[in-house]
Ligand binder design. Structure first.
Ligand SMILES: [Zn+2]
Length: 456
């Protein structure tokens, strides 16, 4: 079926024949109040009803459609809200439904940005599907069209393929995970080893956009070379100013969601940051493509690995890609060890349990990341020793990722099995002490590097 009508933005003219088909249009309704209007054009659906649901974010909340209505040939259709879904009684195969959504979060200056990734600015916006789209339960033809009439003619880039302001989402199941950046961003595209990368960068920086994209591509290329094909064929990076202020503020952080990487950097960082620790956010978020939820296999006590091994490996990747010098790497490692030694929870909370504890406590977050980093380092050393240098932690992650579609392919048991498969011994006792004992010897031994530095 062909539905690419190049240059045509008049959606009702598209008349597919065989399968039911849906096309959305998103437009600004009230810029000052950050309200967008969503219209959806449904074609060729069998008689009966269409059930719409609002996708949930990780905090369990979801968008609230305002003024939801539906009509066929100008006649209003009946809509009932039941069990958290909206049921439209259809009377003909073709109809339209529409609603408004308010895109503000209560406090822009808090880490809430993680649950509301959508952002509406003066001259640009980033929109994540789950924040704006009611998703139909019925099966629709592959290739959902989304026309983003938000900042027409000013450019757009998406985690799904896009032509001008039109995004083509592979299917309705992907709609909630699709991100688009539109308006006054600068856009860059490159393909590396079959993986399409795009960057939408906003705000002004001490470094050039091309320089930044060059470093980003180098890091991605290094990870692709080490770990093989990532789960998606396209990735969208969006770089902008970190809006989080106050006590919870970090100088830079990243959020990885499906094929989108949000990089929030401090606008005051100097040009040297391009070859320093802030680039770890690129390596870290992209590394989660391999070491993410699937490798955890639902094991909550595996967060030390999901995060710790990702931090540890991403710094090593920055050295390999010549973004960090070995001296910068050593200085970073010393900072991690010093912060871990000074952590008030270190003597009573094991690294594996840090992930299950109070994540609003910054020291607990640090215990997870710093302890996780050092545990991953200890594990890497152990794997190298066990396999006479033939394999390291990254090889184990690649191995686990390649098998991640099999049952029981994630969590601690799978990690132990992977090391054995790659020629190592049974590391279950070693890992048990490293992860489930507070302040294990393996990690405390690393403090000696700080004493040597203190004496100098
Ligand atoms: Zn992470």
């Amino acid at each position: 079926m062909s539905f690419f009508v190049d240059g045509c933005t008049v959606l009702p003219l598209i008349r597919p024949v065989a399968e039911p088909f849906i096309a959305y249009r998103v437009a600004l309704a009230d810029h000052r109040l950050s309200v967008v209007r969503v219209e959806a054009f449904v074609y060729g659906l069998g008689a009966g009803r269409l059930v719409l649901r609002a996708p949930e974010n990780e905090t369990g909340s979801s968008l609230v459609p305002i003024n939801l209505s539906a009509a066929a040939a100008g006649v209003a259709l009946d809509i009932r809200e039941r069990d958290g879904a909206w049921h439209i009684k259809t009377r003909s195969p073709d109809f339209v439904f529409s609603y408004d959504v308010v895109l503000t979060i209560e406090d822009r200056y808090s880490p809430d940005v993680r649950s509301m990734l959508t952002f509406m600015g003066e001259d640009r916006c980033r929109i994540l599907g789950r924040d704006v789209f009611l998703v139909p339960e019925a099966p629709f033809a592959s290739g959902v069209i989304v026309d983003m009439d938000l900042f027409p003619g000013r450019g757009l880039s998406s985690s799904a393929p896009a032509v001008r302001e039109r995004v083509i989402v592979p299917d309705t199941g992907e709609l909630s995970r699709t991100m688009a950046a539109a308006g006054a961003y600068r856009f860059f595209e490159r393909e590396i080893g079959g993986t399409a990368l795009s960057l939408a960068i906003g705000d002004t920086w001490s470094f050039g956009d091309e320089e930044f994209f060059g470093v980003l591509c180098r890091i991605v290329a290094e990870e692709l070379a080490l770990l093989g094909p990532p789960p998606q064929s396209r990735y969208l990076f969006i770089c902008e100013r970190n809006p989080v202020r106050g006590a919870a503020r970090f100088d830079y952080y990243g959020i990885h969601y499906g094929g989108s990487m949000l990089l929030l950097l401090d606008s005051r960082i100097d040009r040297g940051a391009l070859m320093d620790a802030p680039m770890a956010v690129v390596a870290h978020e992209f590394f989660h493509n391999w070491n993410g939820e699937t490798l955890a296999g639902g094991d909550d006590a595996f967060l030390w690995f999901t995060e710790g091994a990702t931090v540890y490996c991403s710094y090593r990747i920055l050295v390999r890609a010549n973004v960090l010098s070995p001296e910068q790497h050593a200085a970073h490692r010393r900072t991690v060890i010093a912060r871990y030694r000074a952590n008030p929870h270190r003597e009573r909370v094991a690294v594996g349990e840090a992930g299950n504890s109070d994540m609003w406590d910054k020291d607990m977050v640090n215990l997870l990341y710093d302890g996780g980093y050092l545990a991953a380092e200890a594990l890497d050393e152990r794997i190298r020793a066990e396999t006479d240098g033939a394999s390291g932690l990254i090889d184990v992650i690649r191995y686990l990722h390649e098998r991640s579609s099999r049952p029981n392919a994630g969590g601690e048991a799978a990690l132990v099995a992977a090391v054995a498969d790659l020629g190592g011994a049974d590391i279950s006792r070693f890992l048990g002490e490293l992860i489930h004992t507070p302040n294990p010897r393996e990690l405390a031994d690393r403090f000696s590097i700080l004493e040597c530095a203190d004496e100098r």
